[in-house]
Write a protein that binds this ligand. Structure first.
Ligand code: PLP
Length: 311
């Protein structure tokens, strides 16, 4: 079995050696942006497919810009690093890659300027994050989503995820699987680690970016699949009460894939079963991410086919 490997301080190193000092700025002040990238395993093809790698790298770079973090590698170099990382770790199962662009200097004082930065990547095996087979229960959180003028949700800032964690823990301790956060004006924003899509009258609706969501790559994927199946899609502000009267709801995310929501605040949706449109999109999605639908091949980076490890 190969040694679990990370990319840290410019080199591939054993994961256990990728350690930051307690004095690191990002650890003290949450000054980091991160990504999640899936590698989806196809056992019949013996292949691990990285999903929409370029889009994740581009989003990392954009978000780093918001935190004034300069990434010293080109997109092509980052794509190569992630592919090599997956190859070196050599897992034959679904994996999750975590890039972090962070303020790496040991220095006191909250600020973004004049602090050194770096980027690291690690990889872990990760199966289902939520129960995407059976579906999940949700509750509307008493915690409000942070606003763009507080900490921008679109930027996937490490420190911002305290907001998500408060909501997730409240939901689980109250007996639900996942939280749905409203934004400061009371409209639906997103889950603690997922975007939300409601289905009404055969149309798929999700909140617009200005309602304090992460501009999800899986959301974009689900919408593209939905349109290919003949469904209309729309991004518009969603009222809380639409969560209770929607025909179907599902959540999307790199970790969560496409996960049906069975109820919100114990109000059942589609009689508490995954809805037909959700199920159709979910089936298509799983086939697409595991390399079974040639029309979506451009979304996939195969790790093992023709790959060569760089020195
Ligand atoms: C808060 C939040 N919303 C939405 C998403 C889904 O985004 P994506 O599909 O790009 O992973 C995530 C996960 O990355 C998230 O953390």
């Amino acid at each position: 079995m190969p040694t679990p490997t990370a990319f840290f301080q410019g080199d591939f190193v054993p994961l256990e050696q990728a350690q930051i000092p307690v004095t690191t700025h990002a650890f003290n002040y949450g000054t980091a942006v991160f990504e999640g990238i899936r590698g989806n395993w196809n056992g019949e093809q013996n292949e691990l497919y990285l999903f929409r790698l370029r889009e994740h790298i581009q989003r990392l770079r954009q978000n780093a810009k918001i935190l004034r973090i300069g990434i010293r590698y080109s997109d092509e170099e980052l794509i190569r690093i992630v592919t090599d990382l997956a190859l070196r770790n050599d897992y034959r199962e679904d994996v999750y890659i975590r890039p972090i662009a962070y303020k790496s200097q040991s220095v006191i004082g909250p600020r973004l300027h004049n602090v050194e930065d770096d980027v690291l990547f690690y990889l872990i095996p990760l199966g289902a994050y939520l129960d995407s087979d059976s579906g999940i229960t949700c509750t509307v959180s008493s915690w409000r989503r942070v606003d763009d003028n507080m900490i921008p949700a679109r930027a996937k800032v490490a420190g911002l995820y305290v907001n998500n964690s408060l909501a997730k823990t409240e939901a689980q301790q109250n007996g639900f699987d996942e939280a749905i956060l409203l934004n400061h004006d009371g409209h639906v924003s997103e889950g603690s680690g997922e975007n939300i899509i409601i289905v009404r009258g055969g149309k798929l609706i999700s909140p617009p970016p200005a309602d304090n969501i992460l501009e999800g790559i899986t959301l974009d994927t689900a919408f593209e699949i939905a349109r290919s199946l003949g469904y209309e899609t729309e991004q518009r502000t969603i009222d809380r009460t639409e969560l209770y009267i929607a025909d179907e709801i599902f959540m999307t995310g790199t970790a969560a894939h496409v996960t049906p929501v069975l109820s919100v605040d114990r109000v059942p949706l589609n009689e508490g079963k995954p809805g037909p449109i959700t199920t159709a999109i979910q089936r298509h999605f799983f086939e697409a991410i595991t390399g079974r639908l040639p029309q979506y091949a451009s979304w996939l980076t195969p790790v093992y086919a023709g790959a060569a490890v760089t020195a």
